[in-house]
Write a protein that binds this ligand. Structure first.
Ligand SMILES: [Cu+2]
Length: 148
């Protein structure tokens, strides 16, 4: 009988306000959690071999064409040891497909190279960076999640 008036008590209003605040926090957290799946933010990963530190940047980690930047830093510190040629290939091992090996062209800054690849589908790709040092060559693999 007294339910309508009881639901207007300050305590109940306080609970509603609390629930609304909690819902707002949940939605905010969900937005943050889901953000990478639709953002075009570039992805950078650093790996390397015994002689080179390699940083790979995928400028647009989505299906389609994306720019790929490679930065090579010889661990010895010597600039003379820069690779003669750098190529990038994206491989989807589980599906058995791969992009052609794309030669990366040197850019203005020493040790930086750029190219682009075309990714046919979303999923987990491996970006294989090959460094040709003439007498020896090395590969560094970077796993990158690509969204649709
Ligand atoms: Cu695939």
């Amino acid at each position: 009988m007294s339910a309508p008036t009881a639901s207007r008590t300050p305590a109940v209003r306080f609970l509603y306000a609390g629930a609304a605040a909690l819902l707002a926090i949940c939605l905010a957290l969900l937005a943050v959690a889901l953000r990478p799946s639709w953002s075009d933010e570039s992805v950078s990963l650093t790996g390397g071999s015994a002689t080179d530190e390699v940083t790979l940047t995928v400028t647009r980690p989505r299906t389609g064409a994306t720019g790929v930047d490679v930065r090579v830093t010889p661990r010895g510190g010597g600039r003379d040891d820069a690779p003669a040629a750098v190529t990038v290939q994206a491989v989807m091992v589980t599906h058995g497909h791969a992009t052609p090996q794309a030669p990366a062209r040197p850019r203005g800054t020493s040790g930086t190279y750029s190219t682009s690849v075309h990714l046919m589908m979303p999923g987990r790709w491996t970006f294989r960076v090959s460094l040709d040092h003439g007498s020896r060559s090395e590969h560094v693999d970077f796993p990158v999640a690509i969204s649709g």
